[in-house]
Design a protein around this ligand. Structure first.
Ligand SMILES: [Zn+2]
Length: 68
């Protein structure tokens, strides 16, 4: 079982099965979610860029088109 280090809290993260690039894993220690960016060696990066604002999340709400 591949093991890598959590970028957030430096605890070991074990990935069940075979990791794939883009796979999301959650650190059981700090609860943060990470994305596999490299398989060999196994590396993780933040799944969500915490520097971004939250405003992009509800973009779909304004999609209604009334002017036809
Ligand atoms: Zn962690």
């Amino acid at each position: 079982m591949p093991i890598t280090v959590c970028p957030g809290c430096d605890e070991d993260i074990r990935i069940a099965g075979r990791p794939t690039i883009g796979q999301l894993v959650t650190c059981e220690n700090c609860g943060s979610q990470f994305e596999v960016i490299s398989v060999q060696p196994l590396e993780l990066d933040w799944a969500f860029d915490e520097l971004e604002d939250d405003e992009d999340w509800d973009v779909d709400e304004d999609e209604e088109e009334d002017d036809y």
